[in-house]
Design a protein around this ligand. Structure first.
Ligand SMILES: Cc1ncc(COP(=O)(O)O)c(C=O)c1O
Length: 384
């Protein structure tokens, strides 16, 4: 019998859709896959070359638990260059994806019964990182009126004597909406006033359109900031991310990282050194421009079909669409779309409970002709 904490952990429901998509594909059916949340672009060339060079040197070893000095310094320089903010190397921890950073952060902060506030809809794993530590994720329903983000008022309203922190993703998965700097600062004030900790997931930084996502490090140094090479740098499979840790938690974070991971992959860390090279950043900026084109295309098409998308996503790689005009069972709609239209999308159910049955998520890093084919099939299926 599994441990009790597993009772509070749900699978990624979208995996059922993705598995079905793979089955259909292997039996020769062409599927338009808009379910998976990852860039379609290859990893920047210099990063791959740097990884290959590292392999040839044949000295893949354990590294310090918080990462190589070179990469931690490179990230520190990146904060100076990109945000004009000073983040000392010793506050930067390299992790196995931002998933590693989130697990360690929750491991450091959460005792059994502690509550962490987060937006519903939100990234599915967040609530499960908290449950794994036997804490209680408190899902706060958010909608278009707050750009699907938390506000200081909502945080204040849901704060109890068990609350120890708040988790925000900027921009958010699944809604692609950002949080304004002033609102984030006010949330931080509320959290501080209650002696809690703010955790800000900035994994989609770099992939924003028309707004420059500001880092919370620009105004505070007592926030956990989570980031990753996965999305902007198109390195999902390299499993590399980082956390910027408030001074007082560095020791605890390090000892937990030593025990749970020993270190993050040597090859990925050496490859990632080339991610900040101007040529790599140049490639990522080209990707960013095409993500914007893809968003513009899909947003207009989905709205025309009749999906309600009241807030324009300003970043990430997703559109979270209200499908209540077609179905009040979004999981069933996802199943029908894969079976009858050959289009895979993610059900709202994965992202929380609030109006989850009325929403589906489209992940749009695909060439425009693929998106157009997906739209054509959805139109045909819905008779639009
Ligand atoms: C908001 C958010 N945070 C964290 C992650 C984890 O990504 P990774 O572990 O690849 O950095 C994801 C992945 O989709 C995400 O959407």
């Amino acid at each position: 019998m599994h441990a009790k904490r597993l009772d509070h952990i749900e699978p990624f429901h979208v995996m059922r859709i993705i598995t079905r998509a793979m089955e259909l594909q292997s039996s020769g059916v062409d599927v338009v896959n808009l379910a998976v949340g990852e860039p379609d672009f290859p990893t920047p060339k210099l990063v791959v070359e740097s990884g290959l060079r590292a392999l040839r040197e044949d000295r893949m070893k354990y590294l310090p638990a918080l990462g190589s000095d070179e990469l931690r310094n490179a990230i520190s320089r990146w904060y100076r260059q990109r945000y004009n903010v000073g983040v000392p190397k010793n506050r930067i921890a390299i992790t196995t994806g931002s998933s590693g950073a989130l697990l360690l952060t929750m491991g450091v902060l959460v005792s059994p019964g502690d509550e962490i506030l987060m937006a519903d809809p939100g990234y599915p794993a967040n609530r499960h990182f908290v449950s794994t530590m036997e804490g209680r994720p408190i899902l706060i329903p958010v909608g278009p009126e707050t750009d699907y983000q938390l506000t200081p008022e909502l945080v204040e309203k849901h704060w109890t004597d068990r609350t120890i922190g708040v988790m925000v993703a900027n921009p958010s998965n699944p809604t692609g909406t950002s949080i304004k700097q002033d609102i984030l600062k006010d949330i931080h004030r509320v959290v501080q006033a209650n002696q809690g900790t703010l955790i800000v997931d900035e994994i989609y930084h770099g992939i924003t359109f028309g707004v420059d996502a500001c880092s919370s490090l620009e105004f505070a140094d007592d926030i956990f900031v989570i980031n990753s090479f996965s999305k902007y740098f198109a390195m999902t499979g390299w499993r590399l991310g980082w956390a910027v840790i408030p001074d007082k938690f560095i020791g605890s974070f390090e000892k937990l990282a030593q025990n749970l991971f020993i270190s993050s992959p040597d090859i990925a860390q050496r490859a990632a050194l080339a991610a900040f090279h101007p040529d790599s950043v140049g490639e990522c900026e080209v990707h960013r421009a095409s993500y914007q084109e893809h968003r513009d295309f899909l947003l207009a098409e989905l709205r025309e079909i009749g999906f309600k998308i009241p807030v324009e996503p300003t970043g990430a790689i997703y559109i979270y669409a209200d499908c209540s005009g077609f179905s009040n069972d979004s999981f069933k709609l996802c199943e029908d779309l894969i079976e009858s239209a050959g289009v895979a999308v993610a059900p709202g159910l994965d992202f929380g409970v609030y109006r989850a049955n009325e929403h589906i998520r489209f992940s749009y890093p695909k060439p425009i002709p693929v998106l157009a084919e997906g739209v054509r099939r959805i139109r045909a299926y819905l008779g639009r």
